[in-house]
Unconditional design. Structure first.
Ligand SMILES: CC(C)(COP(=O)(O)OP(=O)(O)OC[C@H]1O[C@@H](n2cnc3c(N)ncnc32)[C@H](O)[C@@H]1OP(=O)(O)O)[C@@H](O)C(=O)NCCC(=O)NCCSC(=O)Cc1ccccc1
Length: 212
């Protein structure tokens, strides 16, 4: 049984690209700002001057605030524009962001970089961030196979510390049983697999019932 959810967002592709071209550079600048908040070593006067600049930018953006989140507007029935997602969202400075490649067999893969803003133990990626990324790529695997769902149970085994820097993650479908889909994933650093995950994904009953 597969569920191919319709996309709720029918905005023309050219309009989507125009909006992306406006918002992507802001998020990229904000990502560098986040990195420099933890990595810059300028003197106190420079820090205070930068703070004033940031506050001026915040005052501009605050002029008009959305009434719905990006997910509420664009993801209610599909996954066309996950721009606010904290792992892949092009408008979200918290997101590294990951570019995930997936196929209908339920395989998903991504290469990405985790900088100093994601540090947990010295020089290593925070375990919660590792888990966040693995959960996300597991979601891509099940979604690509037509078995989208919410994570019901997520199990993560940390094999070795995940060093900050260039990383890779892969996910694949393991098995299906009725409404449940099990997928597995791992993260790979320069010294091999750093963490493994298994997730059980379930499309919530109220959505399943729309398809039955
Ligand atoms: C949807 C569900 C997990 C299950 O509700 P319902 O549909 O009403 O379940 P129902 O009672 O009809 O049972 C059906 C079958 O499932 C079984 N089963 C039930 N529960 C569990 C379980 N926990 N774990 C394992 N199995 C469970 C149950 O025994 C039964 O099995 P059976 O057929 O008898 O063999 C609900 O509890 C929920 O929404 N939880 C919050 C989820 C949430 O917030 N997740 C985090 C946000 S998602 C995210 O961030 C990741 C992401 C990122 C990007 C992209 C995509 C994803």
């Amino acid at each position: 049984m597969n569920w191919h959810l319709p996309a709720a967002d029918d905005t023309p592709a050219a309009e989507v690209e125009r909006e992306a071209a406006v918002w992507r550079p802001l998020a990229e600048a904000a990502r560098e700002l986040v990195d420099l908040c933890v990595m810059s070593d300028v003197d106190a006067d420079e820090v205070r001057a930068a703070q004033a600049d940031v506050e001026a930018a915040v005052a501009r953006l605050r002029k008009v605030r959305r009434t719905q989140t990006l997910g509420q507007q664009h993801l209610t029935g599909g996954r066309r524009r996950p721009w606010g997602n904290p792992v892949i969202g092009l408008r979200n400075p918290i997101a590294p962001p990951l570019q995930v490649v997936s196929d209908a067999t339920g395989r998903a893969e991504t290469q990405f970089r985790c900088g100093a803003a994601y540090e947990g133990p010295p020089g290593l990626v925070h375990g919660g961030v590792v888990s966040l990324i693995l959960d996300q790529i597991l979601g891509h695997a099940v979604g690509a196979a037509g078995r989208p769902g919410m994570t019901g149970t997520l199990t993560v085994v940390y094999r070795q510390g995940t060093p900050l820097g260039d990383l890779r993650a892969e996910a694949w479908i393991d098995r299906e049983d009725g409404v449940k889909t099990w997928a597995k994933a791992h993260m790979v650093g320069p010294d091999g697999v750093t963490a493994e995950a298994e997730g059980v994904f379930i499309l919530p009953r109220h959505i399943r019932e729309r398809f039955s």
